[in-house]
Design a protein around this ligand. Structure first.
Ligand code: UT7
Length: 333
C-alpha cells in the first residue's frame, strides 16, 4: 500500500463584489430597531444584499475565478470544487453549477452544508484529498445568500445577516504541509438553538399513505444561547488547535473568526491574549455572511497586503448544528 502523504498549500483567494448595500438606517425602516442597538450589540453597520439576478452560482463562480487566477492557475487545472453553503440555488447542490459557470470541466464538485462552520469543514475536507494524493488543485468556496432564509419581520435575526461569497485555492505542496492542525466538533443536542428547519403537515396521498407537505422555514436563533456557546467553544477549539500545531498565540499573525458578532471576536481574542490589531474584522461592512464570512475576510486581508505569504492564520467557524471548528495554517505557496 502506498503510504506516501502530501503537503497542503494555500495559494489563492477571491471574493465576489456585491453592489447593493443595506445600512442600519435602512433596517430601521424594515423593523423596530436602531443603528445604535445594532452597532453596539454586534458591530455591524451595513450588509450587502444580492440583486435579483445574483445567485450562488454567479457569486460563488466570481469568487472561485478570482481565487484560481490569484493562484496562477486556469479553471481547467482544478480537480475538485467544494462549495460550503446553506442557501444553494438547487437543493441537490450548487457546486456543479459553479463548475460549469467557471469552465472547470475536469473538476468533480459537491456541496457541504455545515452553516457557519461550513468553510472550515470544507477546507479540512479538501486537505484530506490532497494529503492522500487523490487531487492536486482544489477550490473551496464559501457562499451564502442568507437574505433568502431571513425572516424580515424578526428584528432579533434580520439585522445580523448579509450575502456574499469567498473562495480559496488549496494545492499539493512538495515542500511541507501548511495546514498545521485542525479541529471539528458537532453537538446536535443543541440544534434547536439555531436552525432553518423543514416544517410540514401530513397530507393524504392515496389509500393509507400520507406524505409530508411543507417547506423550509426562515432562520430561527436563540441569540443568547448561541452567544454563550460561541464565547466558550471558540477560544477552546483554538487553544486545542494551537497546541496540536505546536505553536502559541504569540505565533498567530491573524485571527480570522466567523464574523458573527464583534463582541464574540473581542471576547475570544481577549481570552486567547491576541491583540485587536491581529484580529480580522470586516463585519461592520458585511454583517454575518454564514459560510462566506471567513473566505471574504481572508481575501480582503490578502488583497490589501495585510496577510502575506508565510503568515500564520488561526481560523474558526461556529454556528448552526451546533457545530464549530478551527484550522491553523500558513498562508502562501
Ligand atoms: O452565525 C452563527 C452564529 N451566530 C452567533 O454567534 C450569534 C450569537 N448571538 C449574538 O450575537 C447576540 O445574542 C445577538 C446579537 C443576536 C443579540 O444580542 P444580545 O445582546 O444577546 O441581545 P438579546 O437577544 O439578549 O436582546 C436584548 C434586548 C431584548 O429586549 P428586552 O427583552 O431586553 O426588552 C430584545 O428584544 O434587545 C432586544 N432586541 C432588539 N432591539 C432593537 C433584539 N433585537 C433587537 C434589534 N433592535 N434588532
Amino acid at each position: 500500500m502506498n503510504q506516501q502523504t502530501y503537503g497542503v498549500a494555500f495559494t489563492g483567494s477571491g471574493s465576489a463584489k456585491l453592489e447593493t448595500v443595506l445600512t442600519n438606517e435602512q433596517m430601521t425602516r424594515v423593523v423596530d430597531t436602531s443603528d445604535e442597538w445594532i452597532t453596539t450589540r454586534t458591530g455591524i453597520r451595513q450588509r450587502h444584499i444580492a440583486n435579483v439576478t445574483d445567485s450562488i452560482r454567479s457569486l460563488g463562480g466570481e469568487a472561485a475565478r478570482q481565487a484560481i487566477a490569484s493562484a496562477g492557475l486556469e479553471p481547467a487545472d482544478i480537480d475538485l470544487i467544494i462549495l460550503a453553503t446553506s442557501t444553494p440555488d438547487d437543493l441537490f447542490g450548487s457546486a456543479c453549477q459553479i463548475q460549469h459557470e467557471i469552465g472547470a470541466a475536469r473538476a468533480v464538485a459537491f456541496d457541504i452544508t455545515a452553516a457557519c462552520s461550513g468553510f472550515v469543514f470544507s477546507l479540512v475536507t479538501a486537505a484530506q484529498f490532497i494529503r492522500t494524493g487523490a487531487y492536486q488543485n482544489i477550490v473551496v468556496v464559501g457562499a451564502d445568500l442568507l437574505s433568502r432564509l431571513t425572516d424580515w419581520s424578526d428584528r432579533r435575526t434580520c439585522v445580523l445577516f448579509g450575502d456574499g461569497a469567498g473562495a480559496i485555492v488549496m494545492q499539493r505542496c512538495e515542500t511541507g504541509d501548511r495546514l498545521l492542525s485542525f479541529e471539528m466538533h458537532s453537538d446536535g443536542s443543541k440544534n434547536d438553538c439555531l436552525n432553518a428547519a423543514y416544517k410540514h403537515e401530513s397530507a393524504p396521498l392515496v389509500d393509507d399513505i400520507t406524505i409530508q407537505n411543507g417547506q423550509f422555514t426562515p432562520v430561527d436563533m436563540n441569540g443568547r444561547e448561541v452567544y454563550r456557546f460561541a464565547v466558550k467553544r471558540v477560544p477552546e477549539v483554538l487553544e486545542k488547535s494551537l497546541f496540536h500545531a505546536g505553536i502559541s498565540t504569540d505565533d498567530v499573525d491573524w485571527l480570522i473568526l466567523h464574523q458573527a458578532n464583534q463582541r464574540i471576536l473581542d471576547a475570544a481574542a481577549q481570552r486567547l491574549g491576541i491583540p485587536a490589531e491581529r484580529v480580522v474584522s470586516n463585519m461592520a461592512n458585511h454583517g454575518n455572511t454564514d459560510a462566506a464570512s471567513i473566505p471574504i475576510a481572508l481575501d480582503e486581508w490578502v488583497r490589501t497586503g495585510k496577510i502575506k505569504a508565510g503568515d500564520t492564520l488561526a481560523l474558526s467557524g461556529f454556528g448552526a448544528g451546533l457545530s464549530w471548528g478551527a484550522a491553523i495554517l500558513k498562508w502562501g505557496q
